[in-house]
Write a protein that binds this ligand. Structure first.
Ligand SMILES: *Cc1c(COP(=O)(O)O)cnc(C)c1O
Length: 409
């Protein structure tokens, strides 16, 4: 591993465009909005090529290190990331109203800690390490806390995690086992976020909440870079993304624009589709009403915990990406999410998480409404392993001491 050529030029307030120096610790901008990392793309274009990336011997997203802000190789924390597979839907594509092979599932459940939160938090922890930060804190619906805990432990940084008390037990336990100080809170993720924010001055911890520091977006940006490389630098027509805080959608859109500036991709960028659940759809509702900002969604409720995010600081960035890309928002019901999860598991042997299944439900709806066509090459994001979620019980039983009726099977 060689030291990266560092192409970072500065950070930029995503709302006002104000510049901030790189190389210093930052949270939100003065306008209380996310900061984006900007690169000298002209210089990058001269010094870096697609084949430099293609020839990298890093198997996971660290292959994009030259396009990321972590300068010193020893600060690249790794838990064995891989390039996640693209799996074409076969039988279940027909159930969704698509064609066999035109729908690809990007299965992010195979990353360390079982979700794509690994990408963002790996970058945030790596940057925290390079800044010498000693204590990180986060509100989480489960997966972000697990990824923070694991990467922080690997980096030898203390972590403290707050989750809503109804976060699935498996997530809470996993977070603690991977080394975080873990607390349940009688509230939702935004209530947990307030505790993290209010605690800063008392504890000195650094807040790694979604979009409240600049580097989780850069980690999620690797989803866009990886997709481009995997598809031979030729992007799909449509991307369905289960949208909570929106880091991934914003990050991918940033990746595509950077790739475009580098001249590494040609043609139209994909339509970005934000998928939310009917029990918590602040972003899609704001988009439908023509607004850029989304007020807090009251009484948020959905089994797809990863997208149960009642308010997002990056609301306007998500909505702008949807609009610029010619995309749209889709709202799906929980019962449809579970129905489709079960179908895809049964037909294609692919167990999606509810948030991933939500993108498949949204695809079906978009086809039915004529918003997309079955010939469009589509990516569905399965953002976490289906194994972390409740599954229906098995009640069939064989008593080995009784005569077995083999005709029953
Ligand atoms: C965090 C998460 C999401 C939402 O991702 P964002 O990029 O924050 O919008 C969706 N699904 C799962 C499983 C998650 O953990």
């Amino acid at each position: 591993m060689s030291k990266n050529p560092n192409f970072v030029s500065h950070l930029e307030c995503s709302l006002t465009g104000d510049r901030y120096p790189a190389g210093e610790i930052h949270g939100l901008s003065k306008a209380q909005r996310p900061l984006l990392v900007r690169y000298d793309l002209e210089k990058m274009k001269k010094q870096l090529s697609r084949s430099d990336i293609e020839n990298s011997d890093e198997p996971g997203f660290w292959r994009y290190a030259p396009m990321l802000p972590v300068e010193e190789p020893e600060n690249r924390i790794s838990l064995g990331e891989i390039m996640t597979p693209l799996i074409p839907l076969q039988q279940s594509a027909l159930i969704l109203g698509g064609k066999k092979g035109s729908i690809l599932v990007k299965d992010e459940g195979r990353l360390p800690t079982g979700s794509f939160k690994a990408r963002g938090l790996c970058l945030a922890v790596s940057m925290a390490k390079s800044f010498g930060i000693k204590h990180l804190a986060i509100p989480t619906n489960g997966n972000a806390g697990a990824a923070l805990a694991a990467y922080a432990s690997k980096a030898n940084i203390k972590s403290t995690v707050f989750c809503p008390e109804d976060t699935p037990d498996i997530n809470v336990r996993e977070i603690r086992l991977q080394g975080a100080n873990t607390y349940k809170v009688n509230g939702l993720i935004n209530d947990c976020g307030k505790i993290v924010g209010d605690g800063k001055q008392h504890t000195g911890w650094f807040d790694v909440s979604t979009l409240k520091e600049p580097y989780r977006i850069e980690g999620k940006k690797t989803m866009g870079l990886e997709l481009a490389e995997q598809l031979g630098w030729c992007l799909p027509d449509v991307i369905f993304y289960p949208t909570g805080g929106g880091t991934g959608l914003i990050g991918m859109w940033k990746a595509f624009k950077e790739l475009k500036s580098l001249g590494w991709i040609k043609g139209k960028l994909p339509k970005m589709i934000a998928v939310q659940a009917s029990g918590c759809a602040p972003i899609v509702k704001a988009w439908q009403e023509g607004n850029e900002h989304a007020p807090v969604w009251e009484n948020a409720k959905t089994i797809a915990a990863g997208i149960r995010v009642p308010v997002a600081v990056g609301d306007f960035l998500i909505i702008r990406a949807i609009k610029e890309s010619g995309g749209f928002g889709v709202i799906v019901d929980d019962h449809e999410i579970i129905h489709i999860r079960d179908k895809i598991a049964k037909e294609d042997g692919l167990l999606l998480c509810p948030e991933g299944a939500a993108t498949a439900a949204a695809y079906k709806q978009a086809i039915q409404k004529g918003l997309i066509s079955e010939s469009e090459k589509t990516i569905l994001y399965n953002c976490a392993t289906g194994l972390k979620y409740p599954m229906p019980e098995v009640s069939q039983f064989v008593n080995k001491n009784e005569k077995i009726d083999y005709l029953e099977f």
